[in-house]
Write a protein that binds this ligand. Structure first.
Ligand code: ATP
Length: 255
């Protein structure tokens, strides 16, 4: 329900050889919250995301996502448990249609289709139609259903980022991790993206937003955690973080 802990990092560290990418990071996401994760280049944001989604094991500390330990769980099962993410650089199949790109995400919720097709069961056809209906609904959710038939590569950069979000939504996630979704967007596109993120959270989705556009993060997030050199230097609501002296010096002051 609302307010339940969806994900938690407790005292998490990550070393790459001699590089301390994370040093004792605490981070908690509660159901329906939009949490921002910001910090300068190399601060450790992507490492946090990779640990939450089970791609990278931490060197120390505890991790819990949707009641499972992503370290001890195969990546596809972390995804099946309800963790979906987008990547820093949109990874779409440029020649495939927008719809097919989203269907690639929908396979998680319609996994039975392949098996039924193999066994020649009649329900396979219906399932595929259901997947298309589901993928189309996800495209509607992000406002680009009218572009379903176009090749993904033909879309504007902003629209490609939306396709990525639709593909993540197609897996029916409880936690959506957005890694720099506004990168390459103009001001109008970024503002519209902020509205979309807010409306996804009001549907009950929990969102972790990694973003360099500090204005977007301040406007959109309920809480913000600031990383610098792998450590949390501030955490709290946007006003608290904006006025925090360490944040001003370490990060916002250099913008
Ligand atoms: P950016 O905003 O540039 O994406 P970030 O905040 O996401 O940066 P990370 O990518 O998490 O930062 O990197 C944190 C630190 O860990 C950096 O010093 C980086 O060089 C280092 N690092 C990350 N991944 C590896 C790796 N696979 N091997 C060695 N060092 C790594």
């Amino acid at each position: 329900g609302a307010g339940d802990v969806v994900a938690r990092l407790a005292g998490v560290s990550k070393d790459y050889g001699g590089v301390h990418a994370l040093r004792g990071v605490d981070l908690e996401l509660r159901a329906g919250e939009i949490v921002g994760l910001i910090g300068p280049n190399g601060a450790g944001k992507t490492t946090c995301v990779n640990i939450l989604s089970g791609l990278v094991p931490p060197s120390g500390g505890a991790v819990e996502v949707l009641g499972i330990d992503p370290v001890r769980t195969p990546v596809h099962r972390v995804a099946a448990a309800g963790v979906a993410r987008t990547f820093q650089h949109a990874k779409l199949f440029g020649r495939l249609s927008v719809l097919d790109n989203v269907l690639a995400g929908a396979h998680l919720v319609t996994r039975g289709t392949f098996l039924r097709r193999l066994l020649w069961l009649p329900s396979a056809r219906w399932d595929e139609r259901a997947a298309v209906v589901h993928a189309t609904a996800c495209l509607e959710r992000v406002g680009i259903a009218d572009k379903a038939g176009l090749a993904a590569g033909e879309l504007s950069y902003g629209d490609q980022r939306r396709v990525e979000i639709a593909r993540a939504l197609a897996a029916d996630p409880a936690l959506l991790i957005l890694d720099e979704p506004a990168a390459g967007m103009n001001r109008v596109e970024a503002a519209a993206l902020g509205d979309l993120i807010t409306s996804l959270a009001s549907d009950g989705l929990t969102i972790l937003l990694i973003e360099h556009d500090v204005g977007l993060v301040m406007r959109t997030c309920d809480r913000i955690t600031v990383l610098d050199f792998g450590a949390v230097i501030a955490s709290g609501d946007p006003a608290h973080v904006r006025d925090h002296p360490d944040v001003v010096t370490a990060y916002l002051g250099t913008e």
